[in-house]
Design a binder for this molecule. Structure first.
Ligand code: PCA
Length: 332
């Protein structure tokens, strides 16, 4: 659905008819791309996306206007990729690892304890990016930029010192790895989009999750949950992508503008994510949650899950997965 509108319609109405005839032969069409995003408007990914959209709109002199729709308001998180593939929207943002059920490579950023810092997350992305772009290309998508979430920690509504304390708890999952952790720990996984977790916790549909301080802060989880344990399990990524036909249909100069804005968005997004890490954890504490590092026993047990899940991922991902992990390890 390409949304074409004439530039400066009112101005043109004011011109003499002769001028209009002259102008219409070189008419400039402005395009509007709606950009569905899954997370709340105030979230740092959404802020980065909105600045990116403004950059493109300004950089193309208004020829290409990108309009963001955060909070799953245009398409829900789990609908966004398909919407862009089918051209219902031409650009969008989504959590990369949410697609691990389509192709295990999409879960590269959520292998527990493989890349646990911002530096390592960037190295892993550098190692994975060529393969990821090629994979998206085969799905009719063009990859633009990607920004990590802050490190993932555990949320509960009680004190938890070891995996045995998690038994039977309803655990909100957001991808394959989070559901697998629930399974390994004897919890009950419930898949819920971030936009819906406040309600899920309030009604008891879920009682715990693994996520960043950012999502806990965005969704005010202190209204239902009491403990946050930092474990730095991984830093999952969001990515912004364009319908490949729409991308190929752009002029080279517009593609250059978009690439420039995407590079800027990636740098700015990483920096926002870093700043948000400390800020959001202190906000959780300010709002009454117990915030601290997981105890030794819990850490040890989670690392054992990590070893198992790494083996499982590598077995499923085959040669291309192993090459990405090897290339990441060689950067250490
Ligand atoms: N927030 C998102 C994904 C990872 C994160 O930190 C979520 O919980 O859905």
């Amino acid at each position: 659905m390409l949304n074409h509108v004439y530039n400066s319609v009112n101005f043109r109405l004011a011109l003499s008819s002769a001028a209009i005839v002259a102008l219409s032969t070189t008419a400039v069409w402005a395009e509007r791309w709606d950009m569905p995003m899954a997370y709340s408007a105030s979230n740092f990914h959404s802020v980065t996306g909105t600045k990116f959209a403004q950059c493109v709109t300004t950089g193309t002199g208004g020829d290409l206007e990108i309009v963001t729709h955060p909070g799953g308001s245009l398409f829900k998180g789990n609908e966004i990729k398909r919407a862009v593939q089918t051209g219902q929207a031409l650009i969008g943002e989504r959590l990369l690892s949410a697609h691990q059920n389509e192709n295990v490579l999409f879960g590269i950023d959520s292998i527990p304890f493989l890349a646990t810092s911002f530096d390592d997350a960037e190295k892993l992305w550098e190692a994975a990016k060529p393969e990821m772009s090629a994979l998206m290309q085969t799905q009719g998508l063009h990859l633009l930029y990607s920004v990590p979430w802050p490190p993932q920690g555990l949320y509960f509504k009680k004190e938890v010192n070891e995996v045995a304390d998690m038994e039977g708890i309803k655990f909100r999952s957001y991808n394959t790895a989070t559901a697998r952790i629930a399974e390994l720990a004897g919890m009950i996984p419930v898949q819920i989009e971030a936009a819906e977790i406040s309600q899920a916790f309030a009604t008891g549909v879920a009682e715990s999750m693994i996520s960043s301080g950012s999502t806990g802060y965005d969704r005010k989880v202190w209204e239902s949950l009491t403990h946050f344990y930092a474990v730095d399990a991984w830093l999952p990524r969001n990515y912004v992508f364009v319908n490949a036909d729409a991308w190929n249909g752009l002029s080279e100069s517009h593609r250059n503008v978009i690439n420039g804005c995407a590079d800027l968005a990636e740098y700015a997004g990483v920096s926002r994510s870093q700043e948000y890490t400390g800020f959001t954890l202190s906000e959780l504490a300010k709002n009454g949650m117990v915030v601290g590092r997981a105890g030794d026993k819990l850490q040890r047990e989670l690392h054992e899950f990590g070893v198992k899940m790494t083996d499982e991922w590598l077995a499923a991902a085959g040669k291309s997965g192993a090459e990405i992990v090897d290339s990441f390890n060689s950067m250490q």
